[in-house]
Design a protein around this ligand. Structure first.
Ligand SMILES: [Mn+2]
Length: 219
């Protein structure tokens, strides 16, 4: 299965149309939450629901907070405006979506999709958040890749994780980062850490194997 993950559309219908035009016909679409909270709430939701079975949905904090009484981040005044643009059925539809889902993706294996982090739909981490703060958010995750949105910025961290959860030593360690939006693409690895994991039998995913090759770290 190939997947296009469309996160944080935020009611931006023109941008959504532009992105959908680029999604290959055979790709499934993961809608990663925070769908309606923006300029065209109803139209955006209608467009995405018209994708039918091709789309699988997650709930973001801004979808959840449309239902009164929910804790979150969204300014109250804007919340009222967006609520006024949606039907009760539409808000209930958004609220009913799950916080996470797992798919088998070509070349990646088991991929976990969440809105913010595996822990909740509100936590924020960035490209510069230190490892000791990130690692606890991803502990006990049974997936080779985790796709997160919520911050509206694009970057990738490469992690090594031990499926056996050793009692001493690290369960999860960040070993590199990748940002294709830099010019040229930014690829950084901690070579010592990577080599230690590879020597212990760690298996890189296909995309990580390509990055390691590009940096001359493995063959
Ligand atoms: Mn969000």
């Amino acid at each position: 299965m190939r997947v296009a993950a469309l996160y944080d559309v935020h009611g931006n219908l023109p941008a959504l149309e532009a992105v959908l035009a680029e999604v290959p016909d055979d790709a499934a679409i993961v809608i990663g939450g925070d769908v309606a909270f923006g300029l065209f709430p109803h139209e955006t939701l209608e467009r995405l629901r018209a994708l039918g079975d091709r789309a699988v949905w997650l709930r973001g904090n801004a979808d959840r907070e449309l239902t009164p009484g929910e804790e979150g981040l969204v300014p109250a005044q804007m919340l009222e405006w967006v609520r006024g643009k949606l039907s009760e059925e539409e808000m209930a539809f958004l609220y009913a979506q799950p916080p996470s889902l797992t798919l088998e993706v070509d070349g990646l294996g088991r991929v976990l999709f969440v809105h913010a982090t595996p822990r909740n739909d509100l936590d924020i981490f960035t490209e510069r958040t230190p490892e000791e703060q990130i690692a606890p958010l991803f502990e006990n995750v049974d997936a080779s890749v985790v796709v997160c949105g919520h911050t509206h910025t694009q970057f990738e961290r490469v992690v090594a994780a031990d499926s056996r959860s050793p009692r001493d030593g690290k369960f999860i360690e960040i070993v590199g980062r990748y940002n294709p939006q830099h010019e040229p693409s930014l690829i950084e690895f901690d070579e010592e850490k990577v080599k230690a994991w590879l020597n212990n039998g760690a298996q890189p995913t296909e995309p990580v194997a390509r990055l390691l090759k590009a940096k001359g770290i493995s063959k």
